[in-house]
Design a protein around this ligand. Sequence first.
Ligand SMILES: [Fe+2]
Ligand SMILES: [Fe+2]
Length: 246
Amino acid sequence: MALYALGDLHLSFQADKPMDAFGKVWKHHERKIEKYVNRIVRPEDTLVLTGDHSWGRKLSECREDLDFIERLPGRKILLRGNHDMFWDAKKTRRLNEEYDGRLFFLQNNFAAYQDYALVGTKGYTFEGPFYLDFQGRIFGWDEEREEQAKKLVAREMERLQESFHQAEEAGYRKFVMFLHYPPTNVLEGTSPFTRIAEEYGVEAVVYSHCHGEQRFGDSIRGTYRGIRYFLVSGDYLNFHPEQILA
Ligand SMILES: [Fe+2]
Ligand SMILES: [Fe+2]
């Protein structure tokens, strides 16, 4: 039994959105997902998919993408990404009822894995625009967007706290924390997300959203202040699920 994670499948079985435009790694990426997930994940394993599942704008445009995910081996747990327009956070319960026993939608709730609680939310990070001088040093940023970002971070923190709270109420003391957005942006060493991870002493923080060589190093990877951080964007892993726990 093992816990795996993979993010940003960006499926488009019902939408006209060829991903090849984003680089060679995305060519027939759905075939790679199928091949590598089937090779690595066993039926008794758990696979957390960390958001940006589908290009469909509403649920009816995502059915085939969700069916594809359902056919992958193991228990599948889905997190919201910024592109998952089909998933209104407030209607998560309805999704969970509809897909009961097939897919689990992680939002304002938690999932159990052995004696761990899997908690999570989409998260948010302020990604600029940052203004650079001729030497590439940052001398300013878009303050309006920064204000907006602070509100989004606060709302996402509330949702994450709710997830932790429910897990704690149910008696869990060990946690793995999932985000779609990276926990910090390129300028930050810490954030509300890293602080809550430390407060609860989580085993690992798992996130995706960062695409392309230039963005893979945007946030924390490896062990930092005693916590393991994993970037699991599909293109970063060439669509091989990453093992988080044995
Ligand atoms: Fe993405
Ligand atoms: Fe994303």
